[in-house]
Design a protein around this ligand. Structure first.
Ligand SMILES: Cc1cc2nc3c(=O)[nH]c(=O)nc-3n(C[C@H](O)[C@H](O)[C@H](O)COP(=O)(O)OP(=O)(O)OC[C@H]3O[C@@H](n4cnc5c(N)ncnc54)[C@H](O)[C@@H]3O)c2cc1C
Length: 357
C-alpha cells in the first residue's frame, strides 16, 4: 500500500493550517485495508479532502486517507443505481451524474469534499440531503478486517448526523457509496433562492442557480481558507424558543418534528455583533457570519480561540450554546470542542487587535 512518513497536511485541509503527521496511509483495496497497522481507539484520523477538519495542533495523529475510486452506473426500468468510490470528489460526482442524465444531486452542487465523507455528516444544502438518495454504504471494519454493507436505514441519518459519528465512529471506514436515483424527477425548489426558478426548470438550471447562490455567499477555500459553516444550527426546546421569541420576534426559526425549534447559528453570531470580526490572522467572514476564515494564520489554535470567543458571546446574549460542525483533530486524535483549552483567549477587545471589517 502507498504510504508516507512525516507528511505535510497543509494542502490537505481547507483551513490551510500548517500541520503534519508521522504516518499517512492511502488504502485503495481490501488487501491494503487488511494491512493497516493495529490502531488504538484515538490515535488516528480518517481524512477525506479535509474540508470539514481543523488540525488544532501542528502535529496530527496517524492519518488514513482512503483512495477508493471509480463510478459504476446500472440502469433499471425506473431508476439508476450508481456506486461511487469514497475518494471521488463530491462536486465532480454531481456534474458527472447530470451529464449522464441522472438527476437528484443538483441542489448539492459545489459542496467541497469527498464522496466517502458525505454520509458521515449527511451533507445537505438547499432542501436536499445525502440521505435522500443513499441506498447503501460499504464500510470496512478494522477489528474484523471485513467489509460490510450498511443500508440507508442502518446509517441512522439525521441533521448532520449518522451512525458514522455514533455507533460506528472510529471503528472502520467508508470505501464506497451506492445511490438510487428514480428516473421520475422533479426539481426541488423548496428552498429560499431557488423558488424564483420556473417550476419546469431543468436539473442543469437548478445546479447553475445553486452554484450562483453558493458562490455569492460562501468564500472559496482556495482563495480564503475556511471550512464552510463552522457551527451547527442549534436546536432548542419549544419553551426556550418561546422565551427567545418574546425578546427577538424576528429570530429565524425552523420547527422540528417533536416540537423543538432549530435556530440559525449565523443569525445568532451576526446579532452578537461578530460578522466581519477579525482577530489576528483569523476572523468571521464579512458576508456569512457562520463561516470562520483564515486570513494568514498557520495555527489551528487561533481558530479555536476565535470559535470559543464566538461561543461565549452568543451564549451571553441568547443563553444558547452553539457547537462546531467542524471536526477537531489533535495529535492524539479527534477531540470534543468543549475539551479543548483556549490558551490565548480573546478578551473583548482589550488587546486592541480586533476590528470589524
Ligand atoms: C466552502 C464550504 C462549504 C461547505 N458547505 C457545506 C454544505 O452546504 N453542506 C454540508 O453538509 N457541508 C458543507 N461543508 C462541509 C464539507 O464540505 C462536508 O462536511 C464534506 O462532506 C467534507 O468532506 P471531506 O472529504 O473534506 O471530509 P473531511 O473534512 O476530510 O472529513 C470529515 C469527516 O468525515 C470523516 N471521513 C472522511 N472520509 C471518510 C471515509 N472514507 N470513511 C469514514 N469517515 C470518513 C472524517 O474522519 C471526518 O470525521 C462545506 C465546507 C466548505 C469548505
Amino acid at each position: 500500500m502507498h504510504s508516507n512518513l512525516n507528511y505535510s497536511l497543509q494542502s490537505s485541509n481547507s483551513f490551510n493550517i500548517k500541520a503534519s503527521c508521522s504516518h499517512i496511509y492511502f488504502p485503495c483495496t481490501l488487501e491494503d485495508l487488511q494491512q493497516l497497522p493495529e490502531l488504538t481507539a484515538n490515535n488516528f484520523y480518517i481524512l477525506g479532502e479535509g474540508s470539514n477538519t481543523l488540525f488544532v495542533e501542528s502535529q496530527a495523529p496517524i492519518i488514513i486517507q482512503p483512495k477508493f475510486t471509480g463510478i459504476n452506473i446500472l440502469e433499471h426500468e425506473d431508476h439508476f443505481i450508481v456506486t461511487v468510490g469514497a475518494a471521488e470528489n463530491w462536486h465532480d460526482l454531481v456534474c458527472f451524474c447530470l451529464q449522464k442524465g441522472i438527476y437528484g444531486l443538483e441542489n448539492l452542487a459545489l459542496i467541497p469534499g469527498s464522496v466517502g465523507a458525505a454520509p458521515v455528516q449527511n451533507i445537505g444544502a438547499y432542501g436536499v440531503e445525502f440521505a435522500d438518495f443513499c441506498q447503501e454504504v460499504q464500510w470496512y471494519e478494522f477489528a474484523s478486517k471485513t467489509m460490510y454493507s450498511l443500508t440507508k436505514k442502518t446509517c441512522f441519518f439525521a441533521y448532520r448526523e449518522s451512525t458514522f459519528k455514533q455507533e460506528h465512529y472510529n471503528k472502520g471506514l467508508i470505501t464506497q457509496v451506492t445511490f438510487k436515483f428514480p428516473k421520475q424527477w422533479q426539481a426541488n425548489l423548496s428552498y429560499a433562492g431557488l423558488s424564483e426558478l420556473a417550476k419546469d426548470s431543468t436539473a442543469q438550471q437548478v445546479m447553475a442557480q445553486v452554484i450562483k447562490l453558493r458562490s455569492s455567499k460562501l468564500p472559496d477555500p482556495k482563495e480564503l481558507p475556511n471550512a464552510g459553516s463552522f457551527f451547527k444550527n442549534p436546536i432548542v426546546s419549544a419553551d426556550d424558543f418561546a422565551k427567545l421569541q418574546l425578546q427577538y420576534p424576528n429570530m429565524p426559526n425552523y420547527p422540528q418534528a417533536g416540537g423543538d425549534f432549530k435556530l440559525a447559528a449565523g443569525w445568532l453570531i451576526e446579532q452578537a455583533g461578530l460578522k466581519g470580526f477579525r482577530h489576528g490572522g483569523v476572523g468571521v467572514h464579512q458576508q456569512q457570519a457562520l463561516v470562520l476564515v483564515n486570513y494568514d494564520s498557520n495555527l489551528g489554535t487561533d481558530i479555536i480561540s476565535l470559535a470559543k470567543y464566538i461561543q461565549r458571546k452568543v451564549a451571553d446574549k441568547f443563553s444558547v450554546v452553539i457547537v462546531p460542525e467542524v471536526r477537531m483533530i489533535t495529535c492524539q486524535g479527534e477531540r470534543e470542542f468543549s475539551s479543548l483549552s483556549d490558551n490565548n483567549p480573546i478578551d473583548n477587545g482589550t488587546n486592541g487587535s480586533e476590528k470589524n471589517d
